[in-house]
Design a protein around this ligand. Structure first.
Ligand code: 3PY
Ligand code: MG
Length: 254
């Protein structure tokens, strides 16, 4: 599963994931079985803690679905804990400078590339796979920077120049706040900023990611046409919310 994610990121072929905001291993298993290539647990804005992340990693183990965690910040301990329980990589919010991108990468990589600490953990089968995992991890672990402020857009070239950074993921809501048009995620200034990010990624050979909320086939084709290859469709809470409301609407009408 990590390999499929890494391959898609390297080849810049569109790869479709979804988002997890609940700590339910059952919901995560359903999403994995539905065929998403990756699932991103939101540990920045939700109550899903490290035990929830570990439970979800177990629930989707053996599927062709890589687990990513949107951590709360570029913290070395938080990032290593996510990787040690089995995440294939991290999505780091609010990256605005190359220094912050370097910190994120360093937290996720073993020496000499970074400062990640060694341990026996889920990721190396509790030590049984210690040497193999340690040898492969710096290559396989994925680090994505969220660009969600005007400063991040302005510094995108220096951020993408950090060699081990795999790409970026846009945070449209925080971006709209940063541009002084809160909630207007499709404001012309934002659309221009998004396109400059996608162009910069193409120039640096990195992936550009976008979250499509209330997804439709049209929104997905538009994202692919614009050059996004790391695509997130909806979220566990959105999918269940929509289905529940649709079911009740239908029931009320019948
Ligand atoms: C944002 O839009 O700010 C996000 O972080 C979306 O995940
Ligand atoms: Mg955000």
């Amino acid at each position: 599963s990590e390999l499929r994610l890494r391959k898609a990121l390297d080849e810049k072929t569109p790869i479709i994931g979804s988002w997890i905001q609940t700590s339910s291993p059952t919901c995560a298993e359903i999403l994995a079985n539905a065929g998403f290539s990756w699932l991103g647990i939101d540990a920045e804005h939700t109550s899903v803690g490290i035990q929830g992340i570990e439970a979800i990693a177990r629930a989707i183990h053996g599927r062709d679905t890589a687990l990513l965690v949107r951590v709360s910040r570029a913290d070395t301990i938080e990032i290593r804990q996510c990787l040690d329980v089995g995440a294939a990589g991290v999505i780091v919010p609010m990256v605005e400078t190359a220094a912050q991108a370097r910190m994120a990468v360093a937290a996720a990589k073993y020496p000499p590339d970074g400062v990640r600490g060694y341990c026996f953990g889920r990721m190396n089968d509790w030590g049984s796979n210690f040497d193999e995992y340690a040898a492969a991890a710096n290559n396989s672990v994925v680090v994505i920077a969220m660009i969600e402020t005007k400063a991040g857009v302005e510094n995108i070239d220096e951020i993408l120049a950090v060699p081990e950074l795999d790409g970026i993921f846009i945070g449209p809501y925080d971006m709209s706040g940063s541009y002084g048009v809160p909630g207007q995620t499709q404001h012309p200034h934002l659309k221009k900023a998004y396109q400059s990010l996608v162009d910069a990624c193409r120039h640096h050979g990195k992936v550009a990611g976008q979250h499509i909320v209330n997804s439709t086939p049209e929104k997905l084709s538009e994202a692919v046409a614009l050059g996004y290859t790391f695509i997130c469709l909806d979220a566990d809470i959105i999918l269940i919310n929509q289905s529940a409301r649709t079911a009740m609407e239908t029931a009320r009408k019948s």
